[in-house]
Unconditional design. Structure first.
Length: 406
């Protein structure tokens, strides 16, 4: 298959379409949530909740009138989606469970040995869950502490997480950010649980994962970056070889974008979407969206800078004195441009509070832009259950945002 040569504007148009950010209203309800996650394979979970958790922020930008209950039902009632490890902690379709079998087996070898500190507790926990049903770590009276990747923790938490990592347990539901676990066999079908790993060899596994990760973004280059996180043990040579095999098998297409010296890759099944972008001679019509800090579109920050001219920084783990912007800052997309970023909070009356705001360079506050942003922030405040949008007075004066506050 011949390589494609496209402009940056065409690349942006394709990415917005693939990512469900254009046209507006295409995704709706639980069906829209499922359709988007199946298209991109997974969305990233993060427990921080300043103005909605990351996974919900991803969906509210795409799914018309998104509500948290839609995702909760798909995860914990319908069981068509599942909490699991992919790029990091993610949400992905339940039918993908078998593809991660080797990761679960790796976890069992690492954590399930006789000498591991959690081992004496495992049968006790199994009996507790068998008799009482789903349990959180707080429900178990095992208070001994052990070293754990995120710091010393109670052995009850470590044991439950280990059983979850190797697939004996799944997340039954959550109480806030605390996970309640139950046996996977009680909630996943025999067809899903017994399905073999369809990737028999390591090469097949790498090919499948590289192909999957390209689809998670839409266009992806073969350069080191966060977009490739979570593919265990893969080295740059393995990734190079996988891309070569996928090209020869015509499962992916090589794409060259004007002015960029590295090729991008596109799944063959996404060619129809690309062809629509190529037929369009205009940028997507102006629509504004608030994006998540770990949104699929911006997993690869260098790629975003190349294609959109936008450098996004997520600074939650930086000391305050070292931050360029703020603690939890969200990007604002308008048409096919990032026009601003802002730090959200909540006012005393529950309003969505704009604590700080930074326009991108050379952005003119036209009436059209203001109208698009106003509609966007009204929708965003509805998602949050906030009665109105408010802005810090100093920020409002400095950035001329009086039209945005309600």
């Amino acid at each position: 298959m011949e390589r494609l040569e496209i402009t940056r504007q065409q690349a942006r148009s394709f990415l917005l379409a693939h990512q469900g950010l254009w046209p507006p209203g295409e995704l709706e309800g639980k069906a829209g949530v499922s359709a988007y996650i199946r298209r991109v394979n997974c969305i990233q979970f993060d427990p921080l909740n300043v103005a909605g958790p990351n996974h919900e922020l991803v969906l509210q930008a795409r799914v018309k009138d998104f509500r948290s209950s839609m995702l909760q039902e798909l995860l914990y009632r319908d069981r068509t989606l599942i909490d699991g490890w992919d790029k990091n902690m993610c949400i992905y379709p339940a039918e993908d469970w078998s593809y991660f079998r080797r990761a679960r087996e790796r976890a069992r070898k690492r954590l399930g040995g006789k000498s591991h500190p959690i081992t004496p507790y495992l049968d006790l926990i199994r009996r507790e869950i068998e008799e009482k049903g789903p349990l959180t770590s707080a429900d178990l009276a095992f208070d001994d502490r052990i070293d754990w990747p995120w710091g010393p923790t109670r052995v009850s938490r470590a044991a439950l997480e280990s059983m979850y990592f190797w697939g004996e347990l799944i997340v039954h539901h959550k109480v806030g950010t605390r996970r309640a676990y139950d046996f996977a066999r009680r909630h996943l079908s025999d067809e899903i649980l017994s399905a073999p790993d369809r990737n028999r060899t390591e090469k097949q596994y790498y090919d499948w994962y590289v192909h999957r990760r390209i689809g998670s973004i839409g266009l992806l280059w073969n350069r080191a970056g966060d977009a490739w996180l979570g593919i265990h043990d893969i080295k740059s040579k393995d990734r190079n070889d996988a891309i070569g095999r996928l090209l020869r098998q015509e499962k992916i297409v090589e794409v060259w974008v004007e002015g960029i010296s590295h090729p991008f890759y596109l799944r063959n099944e996404d060619m129809a979407c690309m062809e629509r972008a190529l037929r369009s001679r205009r940028s997507p019509q102006a629509r504004a969206s608030v994006l998540a800090p770990l949104d699929n579109l911006i997993w690869d920050r260098k790629l975003v800078k190349e294609l959109f001219g936008f450098e996004y920084l997520w600074e939650v783990y930086k000391p305050a004195a070292e931050r360029r912007y703020g603690y939890y800052v969200l990007p604002v997309l308008y048409g096919d441009r990032f026009v601003a970023r802002f730090e959200p909070g909540r006012g005393e009356d529950g309003a969505l509070l704009i604590k700080n705001w930074w326009w991108e360079p050379e952005i003119e506050q036209s009436e059209e832009l203001r109208s698009g942003l106003l509609a966007c922030f009204r929708q965003f405040s509805r998602y949050l259950g906030a009665g109105r949008v408010a802005a810090d007075k100093k920020v409002s004066r400095r950035e001329k945002l009086d039209w945005l506050a309600q």
